[in-house]
Design a protein around this ligand. Structure first.
Ligand code: HEC
Length: 146
């Protein structure tokens, strides 16, 4: 979907896919499956995409494993954790950057002025730039009480 929208309206036109469609798709999948689904990052763009302690530890572990040569695309973590006396299933999967992602998450001096302006307007506290291809941009994180 991202690629189609970039081809149609340039990267600045595709920002809505990430802003509206991705969260909407996550919400629909949550309702369908009963799993809470969201995306998080150690350098988040959406102010709400802040990892909790478990997610932060997993993201840091993904970064270490990728640096040690593991394939970023398949990095994942699954665990049953106890939270306030309840058992919760948790799962996370890394989202590494590809060439396509550089349009909006790469070094700022490589991004178009239209993208920079739009991101600045929508995300004044954006930390999600400066990535290189193959780095871990963040993760998909899902959870469900048992
Ligand atoms: C057209 C611009 C654009 C492209 C291309 C793009 N993103 Fe994003 N990305 C965004 C925007 C905007 C957000 C904030 C979405 C929101 O408000 O929840 C975002 C958020 C994210 C997040 C959630 C965490 C955070 O920082 O808010 C992850 C993870 C992410 N992007 C990964 C990727 C990956 C991986 C790719 C390439 C496959 C990619 N993005 C391509 C614009 C883009």
């Amino acid at each position: 979907m991202l690629k189609t929208e970039i081809d149609k309206g340039g990267p600045e036109g595709a920002i809505e896919v990430c802003r509206d469609k991705a969260p909407a798709m996550a919400k629909a999948a949550s309702e369908e499956t009963g799993w809470a689904i969201r995306r998080v990052s150690l350098k988040n763009r959406n102010p709400k995409a802040v990892p909790d302690a478990w997610e932060r530890a997993a993201l840091e572990d993904f970064d270490r494993r990728a640096a040690a040569g593991e394939t970023a695309m398949t990095l994942e973590k699954a665990e049953v954790v106890s939270e306030n006396g309840k058992q919760v299933r948790r799962y996370m999967r890394a989202l590494p950057t590809q060439e396509l992602c550089m349009n909006c998450h790469g070094p700022v001096d490589k991004m178009t002025p239209a993208v920079i302006a739009k991101l600045k307007a929508l995300y004044p506290e954006d930390r999600g730039t400066g990535y290189a291809v193959g780095q871990i941009r963040g993760a998909m994180t899902i959870r469900k009480a048992m």
